[in-house]
Write a protein that binds this ligand. Structure first.
Ligand code: FNR
Length: 391
């Protein structure tokens, strides 16, 4: 019933805010410092206008696309976001089943609330069920890798990805440390203050109770504080041993690229795909939106886009099918969404399916309205980027 009133991803967000626990809402919605990067993500899509071409037959559309070697029914996937279990007891399982059922992609976080084997079983189980409906051969399960301080932890994650049949390794490169998310911090302080004894008489040496979630950290709230903490030494030379461990089990993407220079470096290192992202504004503040970074790459290294050797993904602030169409017009392979899917999990499997349905309907409608019937037809003649380029 709640879901039937959700006509957009914004509606899903508003509904989720009412359903989620306070720590879950804060953890999902927070962003770094003064929220500059978050605001860029929210506002930049609107600065690109569409240029509809009319009087074309647009009755039939085909929105399918291959990404990282997998067929997707629609050019978008679920961004890796830690701890979907805060939203629903089935957490990541809802996302896995939804992606398989609808034939889209799901990039699972290193820091999931369920073992990666369980998530993979949920995904491939649902994919099998969907065979026959013609959807079963579409859909993708990828693994997002955080390189940890301890090499063993990273190697264990890569092994889990291989064992679970994850078809690509998406290495997050924007997190040598965790960003400063003040809402998480404030909540922790509040919870600690409430758990303090009313009086210090008696001089208890007990430290204040831990809050229910170590919200500022994408690395779970386990009792082992050092285990899994991001590596701050991770650099281009480490790609060698990571590749060796991955043993060509699928393509490799770098997530978190924010400049044309790093896009170029990824290409010279033979990376299969770049994933432009400022981590949903949760890491470095005042960074460009991914669509802004795409324009920068188009300007300084147009060949990276024309050659089509590296696939290009984008996330951050994508909230409408039209946003995805704009990115594709400018050379992106596919887009991804983080928070909207986390919010949809608050409404379980139905919430996830609804979010995917809303977006895919919007993509088809936008394509028809601008006069395109296949993704291959999308090019920069359908967009005006002047307003964003002037900034
Ligand atoms: C994230 N993100 C993220 N990225 C990643 O590579 N590994 C992770 O574990 C997480 N965890 C995480 C948790 C939460 C709650 C959020 C909101 C985000 C970043 C994520 O992959 C993506 O880049 C952003 O969420 C995209 O922005 P939008 O769609 O949320 O605006």
């Amino acid at each position: 019933h709640l879901l039937s009133l959700c006509l957009s991803l914004q509606d899903i967000e508003r509904t989720a805010q009412k359903l989620l626990s306070k720590p879950a809402w804060i953890y999902y919605s927070s962003a770094a410092d003064s929220l500059g990067a978050l605001e860029n993500n929210a506002s930049d899509w609107r600065k690109i206008t569409l240029r509809p071409r009319l009087m074309r037959n647009v009755r039939r559309t085909d929105t399918s696309r291959t990404a990282l070697g997998c067929k997707l029914r629609f050019p978008f996937f679920i961004s890796p976001a830690a701890r979907a279990g805060l939203a629903h007891e089935d957490g990541e399982l809802c996302l896995a089943r939804g992606a398989a059922r609808k034939g889209i992609g799901y990039c699972v976080s290193s820091v999931a609330s369920f073992p990666h084997a369980d998530i993979s079983r949920a995904f491939y189980g649902e994919l099998k069920n969907s065979r026959g409906s013609g959807i079963g051969d579409h859909g993708a399960l990828w693994f997002q890798l955080y390189v940890a301080n301890e090499k063993m932890v990273t190697l264990e994650r890569i092994e889990a990805a291989k064992r679970g049949g994850y078809k690509a390794l998406v290495i997050t490169i924007d997190s040598p440390v965790v960003g400063k998310r003040e809402e998480d911090e404030r909540y922790r302080v509040e919870v600690n203050a409430e758990s303090l004894p009313n009086s210090f008489a008696g001089g208890s040496q007990e430290p204040p109770l831990s809050p229910p979630s170590d919200g500022a950290d994408d690395e779970g709230d386990g009792p082992l504080p050092l285990r899994g903490v991001h590596s701050s030494t991770f650099n281009w030379n480490d790609l060698g041993w990571i590749r060796e461990a991955w043993q060509n089990s699928g393509p490799i993407a770098l997530k978190g690229i924010q400049t044309a220079e790093d896009a170029m470096l990824a290409a010279t290192h033979g990376i299969d795909a770049i994933y432009l992202s400022n981590h949903g504004g949760r890491q470095c503040d005042d960074t460009p939106s991914s669509i802004h970074t795409l324009l920068e790459i188009r300007r300084f290294y147009p060949k990276l886009i024309e050659d089509r050797k590296m696939e290009i993904f984008l996330d951050g602030g994508v909230r409408r099918g039209a946003d995805i169409v704009k990115a594709l017009c400018l050379g992106a392979t596919a887009c991804a969404l983080g928070r909207p899917f986390m919010y949809s999990v608050a409404m379980g499997d139905d919430g996830v399916l609804k979010a995917i349905q809303l977006l895919s309907d919007e993509i088809e409608t936008t394509m028809r309205l601008i006069g395109a019937t296949r993704l291959g037809q999308l090019n920069n003649s359908f967009v005006n980027t002047k307003r964003l380029e002037l900034e």
